[in-house]
Ligand binder design. Structure first.
Ligand SMILES: Cc1cc2nc3c(=O)[nH]c(=O)nc-3n(C[C@H](O)[C@H](O)[C@H](O)COP(=O)(O)O)c2cc1C
Length: 382
């Protein structure tokens, strides 16, 4: 049997603090600290606790070259090799370990930067809720706990040398820019006209052209910028109340400008899914149209292989799309939202996505406002 170490492995000496009751009653220091080695291997997507022997052994195993299992057994002991194989930190060509080896191969095939893959895989939420650890305190509570925040901005010259700029005159984009705000009070009964949804999707996520940059190397022209012109972000739609569309999940095809039905649902099911997607932020649930931004990492990493800036570029790409989406919603007289406080794992399951290939980045949505102010919003006030 041949074995090698998994492709990406980071090790964290994790410290857990706890109250040491015995020490406390003995009149000594009350805080105990325990340290353990935690292995973060993105192809597993879960943490593995290691002892120092396993740690030393992993440091002596190649992640590239396949070696005979017997060789590592002779060096590190059969029991340790068995446990590393079972955990997936060591991969093998044996059929009984095929599933773990395939996860490692998927990771290798995508050309992730190792730190980026680790940050991505270990910052996803599953079944997180607003009331279950997601930090959502009010500004009053924040000030009470942390004191005043740092000033909203800074001056770098306070010697009178700053150059005053002329005030900008009104211009056509202003109407849309000043109307934009994050909506948290959507009309729960409003139905989005199909024409409105169609314009929003086409202008925010659709292709306005297609160019062959080299033989069989196509790029799409869109109305937002994208690193390398690669546009790796796909838009998935959760339609709740869109005229003429059955409620459910769709993939927006940006070249054909069409919606590909994935799962049709009842409205109760779309509401339940919307709530789960946005980690119980119930103020977003009544939006008739939600859009999930999902990056196909291999599209960007095809060019930016194992690249220090690639992961940052993916997040920036999604941010640009969300702003364009906001502005189109504003133009149509509607508030929009974007949130990164999302249950990526639940979304991956609903859409049938592999997080090593498809990165769920954010959820946007929009719809007519209800007119109520049950949840705080920040509109521009002249
Ligand atoms: C990356 C990002 C994440 C956000 N996440 C949330 C969120 O989880 N919940 C929420 O209610 N608003 C969220 N927002 C919206 C911001 O709170 C909002 O943009 C900010 O308060 C300014 O208000 P405005 O958009 O109306 O100008 C997010 C915005 C951005 C850009």
């Amino acid at each position: 049997m041949l074995v090698r170490r998994c492709a990406v492995l980071f090790l964290e000496p994790r410290e857990d603090l706890d109250v040491d009751w015995a020490a406390l009653f003995a009149g000594q220091g009350a805080i105990g600290a325990s340290l353990e080695w935690v292995a973060l291997a993105p192809h597993l997507g879960r943490e593995v606790v290691l002892d120092a022997t396993a740690l030393a052994a992993l440091g002596g195993m190649s992640l590239t070259l396949w070696r005979e299992r017997a060789e590592y057994e002779a060096r590190f002991g059969a029991e340790l090799v068995d446990s590393l194989l079972a955990s997936g930190l060591l991969v093998s060509d044996a059929p009984e370990f095929a599933a773990l080896r395939e996860r490692d191969e998927v990771l290798r095939s995508q050309h992730w930067r190792p730190l980026s893959a680790t940050a991505h895989m270990f910052s996803r939420w599953a079944d997180m809720r607003v009331d279950k650890g997601m930090q959502f305190p009010s500004f009053d509570e924040l000030v009470e706990h942390y004191g005043s925040p740092p000033a909203p901005t800074i001056n770098r010259r306070d010697d009178g040398q700053a150059i005053a700029l002329p005030l900008p005159p009104q211009a056509p984009l202003d109407a849309t820019l000043f109307q934009r705000y994050t909506g948290r009070n959507f009309d729960p009964l409003a139905v989005l006209p199909l024409a409105t949804a169609s314009r929003l999707l086409q202008r925010a996520f659709g292709a306005q052209g297609q160019h062959e940059m080299a033989p069989d190397a196509f790029v799409l022209k869109k109305l937002s910028p994208s690193a390398g012109g690669l546009h790796p972000t796909e838009a998935y739609v959760l339609a709740q109340r869109v005229e003429g569309l059955a409620p459910g999940l769709y993939h927006y095809q940006p070249v054909q400008h069409s919606l590909e039905p994935l799962t049709l649902m009842s409205t109760a099911q779309t509401e339940e899914l919307a709530l789960r997607m946005v980690a119980d932020q119930d103020w977003f649930v009544p939006a008739p149209l939600l859009v999930i931004l999902v990056t196909r990492v291999e599209r960007n990493f095809w060019k930016y292989r194992n690249h220090a800036k690639a992961y940052r570029a993916l997040l920036l790409d999604a941010g640009h799309l969300s702003q364009t989406f906001y502005l189109l919603a504003s133009e149509a007289g509607m508030p929009a939202f974007v949130t990164a406080a999302i249950n990526e794992v639940d979304i991956e399951q609903a859409l049938g996505l592999d997080p090593l290939k498809d990165m769920v980045v954010a959820v946007c949505g929009c719809g007519p406002a209800s007119g109520a102010q049950d949840t705080v919003e920040m509109r521009y006030e002249p």
